[in-house]
Design a protein around this ligand. Structure first.
Ligand SMILES: Nc1ncnc2c1ncn2[C@@H]1O[C@H](COP(=O)(O)OP(=O)(O)OP(=O)(O)O)[C@@H](O)[C@H]1O
Ligand SMILES: [Mg+2]
Length: 415
């Protein structure tokens, strides 16, 4: 039986969806995680602990493991493990992206530079060092702009500034977030902040799989809540997109060009794009890539997608990793997910209205992912959601309505 190695940080939501998928596909699965597994020695290759912070050590652990339990594919479930999967797969001669490509997806500045060099639509951008004085630069910038750390995710530390004062405040906030992360988690932080021109327009997310450098689009999600800052919390994703055929064609085209520009050849992609409103006076350059991740959609959001024959997004990703053909056709109903944002900082004491929200017609599932009693932190400092609501119905409009209705029945008591 083929063996699949999944690299999943212990903090990831996604272990069970991937492991269930591997079982459904009938392959042996090993979960590689950064937490020592109590039962590792008797798990018959089912688990392996890997130090994700030490890339070289992680690769040699995987090589040793492979001698005893030969691995047919390595799949990284998130950004943190992507580089290890790429390097280890290369070493073992398995399907992989170049580690350099993965490095670009993990650093927003390098990604911007690459897209710009390839002449793809891009905001103007520059960087500022954490120890620089923001005041000096602030008067030279065009506003509005967006400031962001180079390698965080879930919109943590992404802030819009409309003028010099807001720029300085945003800079200080991001600096504090980064220094805090360094102190608390001893994480390597990149000591720079990216400053980008603010791109107006509606945003979409494209979920796809790269196969030999060609993009197969699995879904385009509309994001019907405006994302205009100052912080950019994700909420509702609905698919299929309500954008015109022409716009969807442009989105897919731009997504593929961007993936090719960074050299992404194989495996899942999650690409966020903005579609600037058409302006008669300027050259209309079409959709602009905000971000490319060499992984599938984050959190539990993949559960909002179902493909024909009951296949999940994870099934498609794992089939592709194992060199099997994929069947990317989605089932007919529209579907969507709402990531529930954290409204304020404090302790999550209670969630009321869960049953009422679950009973909303069209709601397929509702999961609160933060344990009661935990501290919660909103954007821009936080990087988590309270939970996820999933809905399905005949049209994207109905799905959006159901998600809003279900959300309105929830009450979060945070003190
Ligand atoms: N230049 C920009 N112009 C307009 N909006 C932007 C710009 N850059 C970022 N944003 C907004 O901020 C959001 C988060 O930015 P970005 O995707 O770069 O960060 P992130 O933390 O990596 O998010 P994630 O990893 O969860 O996708 C984007 O989805 C977009 O709504
Ligand atoms: Mg993003």
């Amino acid at each position: 039986m083929p063996r699949l190695l999944l690299l999943i940080p212990s903090t990831s939501y996604r272990v069970s969806d991937f492991v269930s998928s591997a079982h459904r596909l009938g392959v042996d699965v090993t979960v590689g995680s950064n937490e020592a597994q109590v039962l590792e020695s008797i798990s018959n290759g089912g688990t392996i602990s890997i130090d994700f912070k030490e890339t070289k050590l992680a690769i040699s652990t995987i090589e040793k493991f492979n001698k005893k339990y030969p691995v047919n594919a390595i799949v990284a479930v998130d950004d943190m493990t992507g580089i290890i999967a790429a390097k280890a797969s290369k070493r073992l001669g398995l399907l992989h992206n170049s580690p350099e490509t993965i490095r670009l997806t993990g650093n927003k500045l390098l990604l911007r530079q690459k897209l710009y060099q390839n002449d793809l639509p891009s905001p103007t951008f520059q960087k500022i060092k954490l120890h620089d004085n923001p005041r000096a630069l602030s008067s030279k910038l065009n506003y509005p702009c967006v400031l962001k750390p180079l390698n965080l995710s879930a919109s943590q530390g992404v802030i819009r500034a409309n003028n010099t004062q807001e720029f300085i405040v945003a800079f200080k906030k991001i600096k504090k977030i980064l220094l805090n992360l360094k102190m608390k988690y001893e994480t390597k932080i990149l000591p720079e902040i990216l400053i980008e021109e603010y791109i107006e327009g509606e945003e979409v997310a494209l979920e796809g799989v790269m196969i030999n450098g060609k993009l197969t689009t699995l879904a385009i999600f509309d994001k019907p809540d405006p994302l205009e800052g100052p912080y950019f919390e994700e909420t509702i994703y609905v698919t299929p997109s309500r954008k015109s055929e022409e716009t969807q064609y442009l989105i897919k085209n731009m997504a593929e060009q961007a993936a090719n520009a960074i050299g992404l050849k194989e495996g899942p992609v999650h690409i966020e794009l903005r579609i600037p409103p058409k302006k008669e006076s300027t050259n209309d350059k079409g959709p602009c890539v905000i971000e490319i991740a060499a992984r599938s959609i984050g959190g539990l959001c993949s559960r909002s997608l179902e493909f024909i024959d009951g296949l999940t997004l994870e099934d498609i990703i794992l089939n592709h990793a194992l060199g099997k053909p994929i069947l990317p056709e989605r089932e007919k109903l529209s579907s969507g997910v709402m990531m529930i944002p954290i409204p304020k900082a404090g302790v999550l004491e209670r969630v009321d209205g869960i049953l009422e929200a679950q009973a909303t017609k069209g709601v397929k599932d509702l999961t609160i992912t933060i344990p009661i009693g935990s501290n919660v932190l909103p954007l821009p400092e936080g990087n988590k959601y309270l939970g996820f609501i999933f809905a399905k119905d005949k049209t994207p409009q109905l799905v959006e309505h159901i998600l809003r209705e279900a959300f309105s029945r929830l009450r979060f008591i945070i003190n």
